[in-house]
Structure formats: structure tokens, C-alpha cells
Write a protein that binds this ligand. Structure first.
Ligand SMILES: C[C@@]1(CC(=O)O)c2cc3[nH]c(cc4nc(cc5[nH]c(cc(n2)[C@H]1CCC(=O)O)[C@@](C)(CC(=O)O)[C@@H]5CCC(=O)O)C(CC(=O)O)=C4CCC(=O)O)c(CCC(=O)O)c3CC(=O)O
Ligand SMILES: NC(=O)C1=CN([C@@H]2O[C@H](COP(=O)(O)OP(=O)(O)OC[C@H]3O[C@@H](n4cnc5c(N)ncnc54)[C@H](O)[C@@H]3O)[C@@H](O)[C@H]2O)C=CC1
Length: 199
């Protein structure tokens, strides 16, 4: 048997959390864009001695939820933070911030260092209410990206209508829990068969 991905996926309400991002270079920008692509109103505090002025400056100007501090990291930056993402060019600094953050029981991602990560970012496909997260266990971000592109093309853009229909049906179903589960399973099974026949 080969290796197996044992990561546990969760979908964070990032717009209700305070995220600290340290570092504003290429990697910092990539991670900032990854957060905002999924959660445009996420509250992000960026601390960087220098940063990609054009891109990160523009994003921060247009978005009140992003606070940009042009200076070195200080220990107090961890106060009142829920989640930490590090993207500087210093492993020593990453190790130091990580150990401070762990004292506050914070979860930490270090963009270019899987062994220092409590969690990884994944590629994501979003179609309305549907979101699919993809992980290669930290092995190949490129494969994650290709899988995202594949799924983005193959999942119909109107998939959200199926979700809306199920919400309506779910509201109208009368009966106990088991009855509802059975009904919802039956209805959706026939949708799958129908789609197969259509192909
Ligand atoms: C472990 C992880 C930690 C984390 O960042 O959370 C991590 C780590 C590293 N990334 C590296 C490089 C690249 N990262 C990308 C892209 C993405 N990276 C993302 C996630 C993750 N990257 C986590 C694992 C995800 C998983 O399990 O699959 C994505 C999915 C999410 C996002 O960041 O938005 C996003 C795709 C978004 C999309 O398009 O869908 C590309 C491709 C490209 O840009 O085209 C390259 C260049 C090609 C290559 O190297 O593969 C390197 C090498 C640095 C070096 O060479 O030293 C490391 C460090 C290492 O592996 O040691
Ligand atoms: N750029 C890329 O695509 C890749 C980068 N990497 C590695 O990832 C790391 C980050 O890469 P880049 O973003 O390109 O580097 P970068 O040099 O452009 O950015 C580093 C950022 O960290 C900030 N920083 C450094 N010390 C700080 C401190 N004490 N407090 C606050 N901010 C501080 C800098 O001001 C800057 O914003 C590097 O170690 C690099 O070797 C690895 C593979 C690819």
C-alpha cells in the first residue's frame, strides 16, 4: 500500500476570523490572494518590512478589512489573532513565530515549509454554494492546481440550482429524520441516473 492523505479538511469561516500574515513578497501575495479568492471579506493583518507595493498596496487600499503594517514582526502582533500564516524569507523567524503562536494555541501555516505547518492551503473550486477543496498532502501543489482546473471545467456552472432545489425539497419534507434522509437519498439517486443517461 502506498501513502495515504490523513489530513482532516475543514471549511473555515475566514470572514469571521482574524488572520495574521507575516511577509509581503511573492509568496505572501500568493497566500493573500488565496484567502481573498475564497473569503473576500476576511480580516487580515499583514506585517512586512517590505511588500509588493503595487499588488499588496492596491489590495489593502481597496479593502477595509485588510490592515497593512510596514515594519518587522513583533510578538504583540499575535495578540487577538485566530490563525497565523508566515511567508517571510527567514526560517529562523518562522520557527520563532511558530513557537510563540503555539504558546497561544494558534494554528500556523508556513507557506514554503511543510514541516512547520499545522495546516496546508488547498486548491479550491467554488460554484455558488458548492466548494471543493483539494490536497496532495503537501506533495505537489502543481497537481492540486491541475485538479482544480479539471474540476472547474467539468462541474456545471449551474450546480448551485441543484442545491437550491434540494433546499426547497428539504424544507417541504414532513416526517422524521430517517424518512427525510431516505427521501433525499432517493431523489438525488435518480438525478445521478438521469445525468448518466444524458451523457
Ligand atoms: C504544502 C503547501 C503549504 C501551503 O502553502 O499551504 C505548499 C508548499 C509549497 N508550494 C510550493 C510551490 C508552489 N506552490 C504552487 C501553488 C499552490 N500551492 C498551494 C498549496 C501548498 N503549497 C500546500 C500544499 C498543497 C497540497 O497539499 O497540494 C496551493 C494549492 C494553494 C495556494 O497557495 O493558493 C496553490 C495552487 C492554487 C491553485 O492554483 O489552485 C505552485 C504552482 C503554481 O504556482 O503554478 C508552486 C510551484 C511548483 C511546485 O513546486 O510544485 C513549494 C516549493 C517551493 C520551493 O521550490 O522551494 C512548497 C514547499 C514544499 O513543497 O516544500
Ligand atoms: N517566490 C517564490 O515563488 C518562491 C519562494 N520560495 C521561498 O519562500 C520564501 C519567501 O519567498 P518570497 O515571497 O519570494 O520572498 P521575498 O523576499 O519577496 O519576501 C519576503 C518577505 O518577508 C518580509 N520579512 C522578512 N523579515 C521580516 C520580519 N522580520 N518581519 C516582517 N516581515 C519580514 C520581507 O519584508 C518580505 O515582504 C523565501 O524563503 C523563498 O526562498 C520558494 C519557492 C518559490
Amino acid at each position: 500500500m502506498g501513502e495515504r492523505n490523513n489530513l482532516f479538511p475543514i471549511f473555515l469561516k475566514a470572514e469571521e476570523l482574524k488572520i495574521l500574515l507575516v511577509g509581503g513578497g511573492n509568496v505572501g501575495l500568493e497566500k493573500l490572494e488565496a484567502i481573498l479568492k475564497n473569503s473576500p471579506k476576511a480580516k487580515i493583518k499583514i506585517v512586512a518590512e517590505e511588500f509588493r507595493r503595487k499588488e499588496i498596496g492596491d489590495i489593502a487600499r481597496k479593502n477595509d478589512n485588510i490592515k497593512l503594517f510596514e515594519r518587522a514582526f513583533t510578538d504583540k502582533d499575535l495578540d487577538d489573532i485566530d490563525l497565523v500564516m508566515l511567508a517571510t524569507d527567514s526560517r529562523d523567524l518562522h520557527v520563532k513565530i511558530r513557537s510563540l503562536a503555539k504558546k497561544n494555541s494558534l494554528l500556523v501555516n508556513v507557506a514554503d515549509t511543510p514541516d512547520l505547518c499545522d495546516f496546508y492551503l488547498g486548491s479550491t473550486v467554488t460554484k455558488g454554494n458548492l466548494k471543493i477543496g483539494i490536497s496532495t498532502n503537501g506533495k505537489s501543489p502543481t497537481l492540486s492546481k491541475r485538479m482544480r482546473q479539471y474540476l472547474e471545467e467539468s462541474i456545471p456552472d449551474d450546480i448551485d440550482e441543484l442545491i437550491d432545489q434540494l433546499v426547497e425539497i428539504r424544507k417541504q419534507l414532513k416526517g422524521d429524520f430517517d424518512y427525510k434522509v431516505n427521501q433525499l437519498n432517493e431523489i438525488t439517486a435518480s438525478w445521478l441516473k438521469k445525468n448518466k443517461k444524458d451523457q
